[in-house]
Write a protein that binds this ligand. Structure first.
Ligand code: ITT
Length: 203
């Protein structure tokens, strides 16, 4: 019987990736099924802080169960590490994946100049926080190095995937099959560590 775990996210793409990485031993539910719970203000200065805020807030509403939160984003060296923890809301109020990618291209053009479309070194980072009954149990992180490219390519994934090429590949994360992205990605790395922890606890 799979164990239930709450993934404290309203990002359905994250849920799909986490389900695929955790496998059939876990029944992953997310906050999309709980529209009455308040949004968490992501006031932390780091991915780890924000992941902890989300996990602890989710845990208050999930007594006696495991709660896992993901805070993640893109760091572009030419932009001093932006968008970083602001990745989801980079282009301002009403931001979505498309507006964020367009804003990223404009920022690169402003800062780098005419060569902005050449590959720019960058990385995705992911922090995972695991809580139980309102207490932090464990935190993990993962990183994938690569470059940001323009124009965007590919239909898969979400967020900045169409403009991110992982190191050693030519395709963007949106062009690579989901299984390949999960093997290489920041979320894949952090979640595999989290899965090992959960497996030991559940045993
Ligand atoms: P929750 O807070 O509800 O989990 P969110 O999308 O707001 O959902 P974050 O605050 O962690 O989550 O912001 C993550 C953003 O970083 C995400 O919206 C994308 O823009 C970007 N991002 C993170 N992981 C990514 C990935 O694997 N591929 C592409 N973009 C990613």
């Amino acid at each position: 019987m799979p164990q239930k775990i709450l993934l404290a996210t309203r990002n359905a793409h994250k849920t799909l990736e986490v389900r695929a990485i955790l496998g059939s031993g876990w029944n992953v539910v997310d906050l999309l099924g709980r529209p009455n719970l308040p949004e968490v203000d992501e006031t932390g200065l780091t991915f780890a802080d924000n992941a902890a805020l989300k996990a602890l807030a989710g845990s208050k509403n999930f007594p006696g169960g495991w709660v896992l939160a993901d805070d993640s984003g893109l760091e572009v060296d030419a932009l001093g590490g932006a968008p970083g923890v602001r990745s989801a809301r980079y282009s301002g109020p009403g931001a979505d994946d498309e507006s964020n990618r367009q804003f990223l291209a404009r920022e690169l053009q402003r800062v780098v100049g005419p060569t902005y479309a050449q590959p720019q070194t960058a990385r995705f980072r992911c922090a995972i926080a695991i809580a139980w009954d309102g207490e932090m149990a464990k935190q993990f992180d993962g990183t994938v190095e690569g470059t940001v490219v323009h124009p965007a390519r590919g239909e898969g994934g979400f967020g900045y995937d169409p403009v991110f090429v992982p190191a050693g590949y030519r395709e963007t994360f949106a062009e690579l099959p989901a299984e390949v992205k999960n093997t290489l990605s920041h979320r894949g790395e952090a979640m595999r560590k989290a899965a090992e922890f959960l497996r030991k606890i559940a045993a």
